[in-house]
Design a protein around this ligand. Structure first.
Ligand SMILES: *[C@@H]1O[C@H](CO)[C@@H](O)[C@H](O)[C@H]1NC(C)=O
Ligand SMILES: *[C@@H]1O[C@H](CO)[C@@H](O)[C@H](O)[C@H]1NC(C)=O
Ligand SMILES: *[C@@H]1O[C@H](CO)[C@@H](O)[C@H](O)[C@H]1NC(C)=O
Ligand SMILES: *[C@@H]1O[C@H](CO)[C@@H](O)[C@H](O)[C@H]1NC(C)=O
Ligand SMILES: [Zn+2]
Length: 254
């Protein structure tokens, strides 16, 4: 008995350490703003959703580009026929597509295996649908810690330095005022958080912001462009639908 206790005393800390990550392990880089002067990166989270094409067209008409941080299964299943086709069209229009995890959890609530799966599942979907491997991920709620950065150490985390407030109850007027204030402050660049799932972002705030920002002389570019980095670690032709294009959440529901 004494010998067993003795063994456990030495074994337990060793077991624990084997499952934790060393503080010195590499961590994902985190960017909260753009690097290239005079750029604005308009970003749109939580899709793919019904108004993505409207956003894409609005930007293209103004010679602008946007960045979409998409989920695999949040508002819609990314593999849905219309949804996947819409995402391919957005990508083909020149916008940047990035990861926002599979189903939008707070990553700091998850263990290492779960964090990796959240990233891998959406990355696989983007590889299948768009042929790309994305370098960039925005952790949901902008929430991360050292463990999240270590598990996803070869990703680049993108946060923001400007929030339109659209997902936290800002009115159209408040969002527009926020853009006006940034412009009045003569900011060098903006990494702007918006949500493609908010109706008035699409119908009101976005057209307003595009006009005001361009009138003030900003270039509306992708996040990769505003950082001077490559958006993807590999680029292949668009994927073709096959039997693996489904969300397990939907299959199990029918
Ligand atoms: C992580 O969480 C999942 C689901 O809660 C669990 O099944 C798994 O054992 C956990 N893994 C580790 C290494 O703790
Ligand atoms: C991250 O590292 C893993 C394992 O080394 C590799 O398979 C994957 O392609 C890398 N991803 C990126 C985006 O570099
Ligand atoms: C805005 O900032 C730029 C440099 O960042 C400067 O050249 C310009 O004079 C500023 N304009 C105003 C109105 O302050
Ligand atoms: C958003 O999508 C809905 C449904 O297709 C459409 O009725 C609405 O006009 C769209 N909004 C904008 C601003 O394009
Ligand atoms: Zn989100």
């Amino acid at each position: 008995m004494l010998r067993l206790v003795h063994t456990l005393v030495f074994l337990l800390p060793a077991l624990f350490l084997a499952h934790s990550i060393k503080a010195s392990a590499p961590k994902a880089a985190v960017y909260t703003g753009c690097k290239v002067p005079n750029t604005v990166a308009l970003t749109f989270d939580d899709g793919p959703y019904i108004n993505q094409t409207d956003i894409s067209k609005m930007l293209v008409e103004k010679g602008a580009k946007g960045t979409f941080f998409v989920n695999g299964y949040n508002y819609e299943c990314i593999y849905g026929k219309k949804v996947a086709a819409r995402l391919q069209a957005t990508y083909n229009a020149g916008h940047q597509i990035c990861s926002h995890t599979w189903d939008h959890p707070d990553l700091t609530d998850l263990n290492a295996t779960e964090i990796q799966a959240e990233s891998d599942k959406i990355d696989v979907a983007l590889q299948k649908i768009l042929g790309i491997t994305t370098q960039f991920i925005r952790p949901p709620y902008g929430s991360y810690n050292n463990m999240v950065r270590q598990v996803l150490s070869n990703k680049t985390f993108i946060i923001w330095d400007f929030d339109s407030g659209d997902s936290v109850g800002a009115s159209v007027q408040e969002s527009e005022n926020a853009y006006d204030q940034a412009i009045a402050g003569n900011v060098t660049s903006l990494l702007a958080l918006n949500h493609e799932t908010e109706k008035t972002t699409v119908s009101d705030v976005l057209p307003y912001a595009i006009n005001k920002l361009q009138a003030a002389g900003y270039n509306l570019v992708t996040v990769a462009e505003c950082l001077g980095m490559a958006p993807y670690t590999s680029v292949e032709p668009l994927g073709q639908r096959d039997a693996t294009w489904f969300c397990p959440e939907e299959r199990s529901g029918d």
